[in-house]
Design a protein around this ligand. Structure first.
Ligand SMILES: Cc1ncc(COP(=O)(O)O)c(C=O)c1O
Length: 436
């Protein structure tokens, strides 16, 4: 890119988004959001000027670098974390997996406490989600409940690492090994979190990430599926690319020697164009190269983003400990080093104020809060409106508790020292009236 244009972009960035001073009470503090500078804009402009726009050189580079970052051999980028979840579950239903494929009626253990698009791919593939409760302090799957939920029909475990905190990976992996279950990690809220020093997303057969604007790093919208096994990676790519039997880079045009291994090509003319042979019930969920260019710059900043999230969480944890009589405070899973998505406060049932009162007070002071995703997904309107086949194992007591009593404030990279101190000050002022 010529220097003039680069300078112009830098100037324009400065004009539109340059340093904004924080004015306590006046400047809104978001719970999550994107953090960027002119470099992202230059990178996206480079991709625009390439004139390619569909998946291309930036996407190739991103997939290589993100796979290296997570520590797995294969990364397949996609349009969102929800698409990544859909692709991961779709891949596991493939006939290319023989006896190990997921079939309608098979059970997949997951959480009702969470985000709907972790559960929805299961419903769409006529698998049966089996919901287990969470631990109230970690907000992740209770291992005791998970053990009790396993039945003869269980074929997979699909769990999120909630709010950046990892689930107990050793325990879940050993259950998967014992019962020969697939493990899929939903890392959409946990990019950069580690367990025993290894990145989340490197433990499951498949794992998923989101690059939505409110997540740890962004492509605007975007996501990825990670795989260890070449066959699972190829199946995922096929589902993503219309269900193609043969994999082609965008713009490539030739015949291939090796495809996925479709079972029956008997009805195809022998000369049929390899680009138009479909062996899966696929979609088109590819990203653009403009998104990938943005993602590459953001990926280079993940270490700094993670550091800030650590600092913010540690500050909230230390400062709010004295209010523990009102709240269950979040706790990292043993052996985990979370890159916290948010700081969750769960009101105890005997708390003298309501969540609504506290959240309204925070909003009046320009502090934005979020609830714990969908809370208990079973209570959401779509579960009342469709005949969804699911099973609840045990009782969802903590799941219901977070739905009625939890909310979170931001830990994200744009929350600096002055902003986090202001959040704690406003919270402390609210609690002062109840702390005699
Ligand atoms: C745990 C979890 N999984 C999946 C998603 C979906 O990600 P996306 O918004 O990129 O579709 C979200 C959304 O925030 C989420 O919280």
């Amino acid at each position: 890119m010529n220097k003039e244009l680069k300078k112009q972009i830098q100037k324009e960035y400065q004009k539109r988004f340059g340093i904004r001073h924080f004015i306590p009470g006046k400047t809104s503090i978001q719970a999550s959001g994107k953090d960027f500078d002119w470099q992202e804009m230059v990178a996206m402009t480079e991709a625009v000027l390439d004139g390619w726009w569909t998946e291309g050189r930036f996407a190739d580079e991103f997939e290589k670098k993100f796979a290296k970052f997570v520590g797995v051999p294969y990364c397949i980028t996609t349009t969102s974390g929800s698409s990544a979840n859909l692709l991961a579950i779709s891949a596991l239903t493939s006939y290319h997996l023989g006896d190990r494929r997921l079939k309608p009626g098979d059970e997949v253990i997951t959480l009702a406490a969470g985000f709907p698009t972790t559960v929805n791919p299961l419903i769409l593939h006529r698998l049966v989600p089996v919901f287990v409760d969470i631990d109230i302090e970690t907000c992740n799957a209770s291992i005791e409940e998970l053990k009790k939920a396993i039945s003869k029909k269980t074929k997979a475990i699909f769990l999120p690492h909630h709010l950046g905190n990892t689930f107990n990976i050793d325990a879940v992996k050993s259950l998967c090994k014992k019962h020969k279950l697939w493990l899929v990690e939903d890392c959409c809220d946990a990019l950069g979190s580690t367990y025993k020093g290894k990145q989340v997303g490197s433990f499951g057969d498949l794992s998923t990430f989101s690059f939505y604007a409110g997540h740890h790093m962004t492509m605007g919208e975007g996501g990825a599926v990670m795989a260890h096994d070449p066959l699972l990676a190829s199946i995922t790519r096929s589902f993503r690319d219309w269900g193609r039997e043969y994999w082609f880079k965008t713009g490539e045009d030739s015949r291939r020697d090796k495809g996925l291994g479709a079972l029956d090509k008997s009805k195809l003319p022998a000369d049929y164009d390899h680009k138009f042979i479909f062996s899966e019930i696929g979609f088109n969920l590819k990203i653009t190269d403009i998104q990938a260019a943005l993602g590459l710059v953001q990926l280079g900043k993940v270490a700094a983003f993670t550091k800030r999230r650590h600092e913010n969480f540690a500050y909230y944890q230390k400062s709010l400990k004295k209010f523990e009589r009102f709240f269950v405070l979040p706790k990292a899973t043993p052996k985990a080093d979370p890159s916290w998505f948010g700081f969750l406060l769960t009101l105890k049932d005997d708390c003298p104020f309501t969540r609504k009162e506290l959240i309204e007070y925070l909003h009046r002071h320009n502090i934005v809060t979020r609830m714990f995703l969908a809370g208990n997904v079973i209570n959401q309107p779509y579960f009342q409106s469709y005949a969804i086949d699911y099973r609840v194992s045990g009782k969802l007591l903590h799941t219901d508790h977070v739905m009625r009593g939890s909310f979170w404030v931001g830990c994200y990279q744009a929350i600096d020292k002055s902003r986090r101190e202001y959040i704690v000050k406003v919270l402390s002022n609210f609690f002062a009236a109840y702390n005699m």
